[in-house]
Design a protein around this ligand. Sequence first.
Ligand code: NAD
Length: 488
Amino acid sequence: MTVIQNYINGEWCVVDSSEYLDVINPATTEILAKVPLSPVSEVGRAVQFASQAFKTWRRTPASDRVQPLFRLKALLDEHFEDIAQTITLECGKTLAESKGEMRRAIENVEVACGIPILMQGYNSEDIAKGIDEMMIRQPLGVTAMITPFNFPGMIPFWFVPYAIACGNTCLIKPSERVPLTMQKLFHLFEQAGFPQGVVNLVNGAKVVVDAILDHPTVRSISFVGSTPVAKYVYSRAATNGKRAQCQGGAKNPVIVLPDADIAMTTKIMADSAFGCAGQRCLAASIAITIGTAKETFTDAIAETARSRTVGFGLEEGTQMGPVITAQSKDRIEGLIQKGADEGATVLVDGRQPKIAHYERGYFVRPTILQNVDPDGEIARTEIFGPVLSLIHLETIDEAIALINGGQYGNMACLFTSSGAAARKFRYEAEAGNIGINIGVAAPMAFFPFSGWKESFFGDLHGQGHQAIEFFTQTKVVIERWQDWTRQF
Ligand code: NAD
């Protein structure tokens, strides 16, 4: 049985813990590994070494700091298949989805390799006679990343490559439900040749998170997870004087106008709502049909939902895997019932499916709830499973008002062939990631992952320029050299 280890100061260490959790393959329910819930002392040790390593790492020129990142990129390419398989094993998504996830992770390493130019400041000569002013960016020190279960390979990479490229050191706390992927990725960090203490891994749960939030040497927190925990982490980090970027949950609405290409819309929407078994923070959760789209889209999406092949993600032909735990399955099935109790029709019912050879797995098949009450709980609650709610309205204005009345603002999409409708939507919709004829508006690594409202707490997002701003502090220097005009 694999026992997950921590990686501190360039060394793998078996954790002295009284508590271990099983890491379970959600398709087969096989136990893959045991993960320790590390005690507070492990955070103290990791931070101490990270703080020591920072002294040298921040003095390493940017062009030298990116060399291990270039090697990491090559190693990630080389071990791509193995890491993707590990993601599928512990997280449940299909192999194609795991590969897509790792491609996105690698893109962030590539962007961070541009740090010698991306981290530059600016200057003005002669702000007054003989006086110059410049802004330089300096790293923060020890940074920490706390990540969720649904993208164990990609999400840490929204932050880590930028943090270390900027000259910081870091401590990563992956989700205790999917620790195997990070275990493998840390072997690649090790081979890439980062100096000891620059990247550290501490496994665990709330106790570890609280110790990170309270540690006076940790300068910043990058968190991704559910909204209640994001709020908690943000406020505790702020109370302790840390900078924080905390991405939370979502409830992503999509409007389908009558002039949309229904065949294309259906294909894209099915992937958005049921891809990764709906466990994406950018999963379409509500489809708002306008006018005649009610009939055309409803029939097409119901057909697509019924025909989706559900099974073990490593098997050829599987289009959708299980959800993460038995508790998630129960919660999702409970919410489907709640929708029905609120008056919705369960048009396609994915509860209690029989998946051949995987009868014990945590499967919920694609589900469609029709005529969902826009004011009911189901229209507001993040389901985080393969459930699409259909709401019908008469105008795009009503649909935008419904979207803007929601608590989350991670993503909103529109399907149409009208440029004017698209512009109106892009202008008025209150969400940070907008898709026009796109179902998963996931920003590339060189754009910020821009959640709004209850989907994000902070101001600087992960990825791209904003990540660099987050992981650096600006310093302004004003200089006068009295005798600079004399003859040398
Ligand atoms: P989660 O909030 O349960 O856990 C996230 C992290 O917080 C984990 O590392 C976990 O160990 C830790 N944690 C959990 N409870 C805690 C507590 N009480 N105190 C301190 N730390 C705690 O989230 P999850 O179930 O792993 O992930 C799914 C959620 O993440 C969904 O809500 C999804 O929308 C969200 N998510 C958001 C984004 C985004 O970009 N906005 C991306 C991916 C996932």
